[in-house]
Design a protein around this ligand. Structure first.
Ligand code: HPA
Length: 246
């Protein structure tokens, strides 16, 4: 049986419809994961849930122990991970409260423990990252969105910044020129670490705000929270539809 995990981001520290079966506090060779791993049932199917920023939400993007999170999921036998993440929208289709399933990544983050292959004793391995997200899992998400009647943007390039601050207008202008459609702070190294361990990974990106300079004035937390509430309700419906097919 394929084991699916959901890593919840800002606005998704819990899955309301998850029937909790057990909680496990795992230790890994890379330290402590963000939170307990919760095994539960969603639409009568087993799924493992992890709150990326901890529960309650206290760990900023640059302090997340991405290696411990992904290693812990591997230890639990997970084959597929959906990473739910709040993002800013850069290009025209990426409006607040909308959902995107990106297909490419540009990594602008720095100083993060970003690989399992940094031990002198391990053989060096260069994973192929041509397609950073699993095409199979992305296709399943697109079908699930259709079944749930939720409009999603089916492609897009996710630019991962270091955070925790939001960007300047000049940074977003540069990212747009680079080809980024979305900007977030947690997409990397999460996606690459999953690939290093042979786990299929896809992102459900929930647009919380227009990125810096894409609307008048500054970005407010109130606006982010309001859009995330709408977007995360869509994510919950989409995930329930997905479970039928996993
Ligand atoms: N930039 C980076 N990360 C984000 C944003 C943003 O505008 N909104 C939500 N996460």
């Amino acid at each position: 049986m394929i084991k699916l995990a959901i890593i919840g981001g800002t606005g998704l520290t819990k899955l309301a419809d998850l029937k909790i079966i057990k909680r496990e506090a795992l230790q890994t060779p890379y330290g402590s994961p963000s939170a307990d791993f919760i095994t539960g049932e969603l639409s009568q199917k087993e799924v493992i849930f992890l709150a990326r920023h901890g529960n309650p939400h206290t760990i900023p993007p640059h302090k997340i122990n991405y290696r411990a999170n992904i290693w812990g999921l591997k230890q639990l036998g997970v084959d597929r991970i959906i990473g739910v993440a709040a993002v800013g929208g850069i290009t025209a289709a990426m409006a607040p409260a909308h959902i995107a399933i990106p297909d490419q990544i540009i990594d602008y983050s720095y100083g993060r423990e970003h690989t399992f292959f940094d031990n002198d004793n391990s053989s060096t391995s260069h994973i192929d990252f041509t397609f950073p997200y699993s095409p199979i899992l992305r296709a399943k998400l697109i079908i699930a969105a259709d079944q749930a009647g939720i409009t999603v943007t089916e492609t897009g390039t996710y630019g991962c910044t270091q955070g925790p601050r939001l960007e300047t207008i000049a940074e977003i202008t540069r990212m747009e020129k680079d080809g980024c459609d979305l900007v977030g702070m947690t997409g990397m190294p999460e996606a690459a670490l999953a690939k290093e361990l042979g786990i299929d990974y896809a992102s459900l990106s929930v647009i919380a705000n227009w990125a810096a300079g894409k609307t008048e004035g500054e970005i407010t937390m109130a606006e982010i929270e309001q859009n995330l509430q709408v977007g995360m309700a869509k994510v919950a419906e989409l995930l329930k539809a997905l479970m039928g097919d996993c």
